[in-house]
Design a protein around this ligand. Structure first.
Ligand code: UD1
Length: 373
């Protein structure tokens, strides 16, 4: 049997936990050879390397070392570097995940070289084209031959955009696979103790969206609310490099560091962050993935954004959208138990990677509907 060669693209922090479960499943199958391609969009040890070790991933087969830059620079640099890899070591499939700049860049390269392209976490839409990730999602989905969605709203969005139903498969949420795979290691840690907070009596905070952190007045307003909240509930704030730089540039870091109720931390390892999340009373975030993880863990999540591409975390989960001026009131509601839920969205069951592998196998060797001259 000729083995199918599959490139799994990873780039930035939220990609690693989506690719790891799929990599582990594919590695056990003899019909394919899975190779990891790291674009290097995230490069700090605590934004990248620790995720490889926590999630049991080997060093990448290819490292493109692209690093930071403007959107055009980052996207262009990934395209140039990934095209070279594909020309020398052409894969049968390119699998991209999520919505970061590297997702779009590798999707464009694969599509132009007529390499079969699959998108994991397809179909999510915030409806907000001011978000770079929304542009990345729309274009990637337009190009993909096979689209794996985490929830049925994804299928609806894709069909509404005219994408043929034959290409779309509802596979569930692969982030839950990563969590369940790591659960023994996650449960063995006591990260709250390190921060001097008590299980069930603290909140976790993450912020990184340019719309929240790149503008001084929004960031200052959010920091004021976090300080007020920390008088009622200690907060562990794992600070993203973008946010750390802006806090420093805007002179907001000193006030934050003085707060007894706020524990500032570098970005945490995957297992550490999930251990802390499991014991949290509430999460305050602008992340995409944390909206989903908290719904799975039944932990109230207040998302500092005007919209979400993950509406199921609101309709079936513990997530609520907040503005800086409604955060305090929503914290009250969360602390009085108003945001708990009793169910998990369908197919958020830890078996998504197996469904994706089965889908890839089923589609391998089949003619693509796309034809290249
Ligand atoms: C990127 C993704 C976003 C994802 C987020 C998770 C895009 C458009 N954005 O945003 O969808 O939710 O990752 O973290 O792809 N930096 C470091 N060290 C690193 C990585 C970045 O210092 O390891 C710095 C960069 O120099 C840059 C800033 O952090 O100034 C932002 O990095 P960038 O990759 O542009 O975007 P993120 O904000 O991380």
């Amino acid at each position: 049997m000729i083995r199918q060669n599959i490139h799994l693209i990873v780039a930035a922090r939220p990609n690693f936990m989506k690719v790891a479960p799929l990599y582990h499943v594919l590695k056990r199958q003899d019909w394919c050879r899975a190779e990891l391609v790291h674009t290097g969009q995230h490069y700090d040890a605590n934004m990248s390397d620790t995720f490889f070790s926590d999630l049991g991933l080997p060093p990448p087969d290819y490292h493109l070392g692209v690093g930071s830059g403007s959107h055009a620079e980052q996207t262009g640099a990934v395209m140039v570097a990934y095209e070279e890899i594909c020309l020398r070591h052409r894969p049968d499939w390119t699998v991209v995940v999520g919505d970061v700049n590297s997702t779009l860049a590798c999707a464009l390269v694969a599509a132009k070289l007529c390499i079969a392209l699959a998108h994991l976490e397809a179909g999510l839409r915030s409806g907000d084209r001011t978000m770079p990730e929304e542009i990345n999602r729309i274009v990637t989905d337009r190009l993909a031959d096979l689209l794996w969605t985490p929830s049925s709203d994804g299928n609806d969005n894709l069909k509404a955009e005219g994408i043929s139903g034959e290409r779309i498969e509802l596979v569930g949420n692969i982030m839950i696979d990563a969590f369940e795979l790591q659960r023994p290691q996650i449960d063995s840690l006591c990260v709250a103790e390190r921060f001097g907070v008590e299980r069930g009596r603290y909140g976790i905070v993450t912020l990184h969206r340019p719309s929240n952190v790149d503008d001084r007045s929004s960031l200052a307003q959010i920091i004021d609310v976090l300080i007020a909240t920390s008088h009622r509930l200690p907060l562990v704030f794992a600070v993203h490099p973008r946010t750390r730089a802006r806090l420093h540039d805007f002179g907001l870091d000193a006030a934050l560091a003085r707060q007894d109720g706020i524990r500032l931390s570098e970005p945490l390892r995957y297992n550490e962050f999930m251990n802390l999340a499991c014991g949290a009373r509430l999460a305050i975030t602008d992340s995409g993935g944390i909206q989903e993880e908290t719904t799975y863990l039944n932990i109230p999540c207040l998302t500092l954004r005007p919209n979400t591409e993950r509406p199921i975390t609101i309709t079936q989960g513990t997530n609520r959208l907040v503005r800086p001026d409604t955060l305090a009131e929503m914290v009250d509601q969360a602390l009085t138990g108003g945001l708990r839920t009793t169910r998990h969205p369908a197919l958020w069951d830890g078996k998504t990677a197996a469904r994706v592998a089965e889908s890839l196998f089923r589609h391998s060797g089949r003619d693509l509907t796309r034809t290249c001259a």
